[in-house]
Design a protein. Sequence first.
Lengths: 114, 119
Amino acid sequence: KAGVTQTPRYLIKTRGQQVTLSCSPISGHRSVSWYQQTPGQGLQFLFEYFSETQRNKGNFPGRFSGRQFSNSRSEMNVSTLELGDSALYLCASSLITSGVDTQYFGPGTRLTVL
Amino acid sequence: AQTVTQSQPEMSVQEAETVTLSCTYDTSESDYYLFWYKQPPSRQMILVIRQEAYKQQNATENRFSVNFQKAAKSFSLKISDSQLGDAAMYFCAYRSAIYSGGGADGLTFGKGTHLIIQP
């Protein structure tokens, strides 16, 4: 079974621009979560989508948004980019069954904001 | 809010020896999951092992095992017969079993332990 895929793998943007990252979950997985990883703050939860609905959201400003499509693919958007948004953005998918929920991660998108 | 603490920023072990990585967490919940993830230089986050809090038996996956002490809120990872391919950052993570819908119920990660394998 193919793993979680993320596109693009690398991205360079300038301050003030917006960016959209894409994530395709493992086939059959309906939950997709997004995380931001930076050297200073470590790994932080952004949000989780399940069946096209945002189920949970971390402590990030409204510039960070996401959505999930009917095929479970998810996109994450960051508007008005700031230098501090430079990070590795990780997507994870999970198959929630019998209450057990293990997240499997994609390779990440490295975003650099200049 | 839950917190996860990994007190060892870096650990070094000789190839073929055993190493234990520490993790403690703070929560008021009784039902949750704990994970160890490995992140090699490729940055791909790989699941190493999972533990359900309601299970008293410690999880084991081949050379990897955990020591789960629920009362002490401790969740250490033991790697036996260390191999060069085990070199990576190791993250301990917590996830609530109950979805509040209003809070951050994604994985809460520790800061990580950098594991070095000496040949």
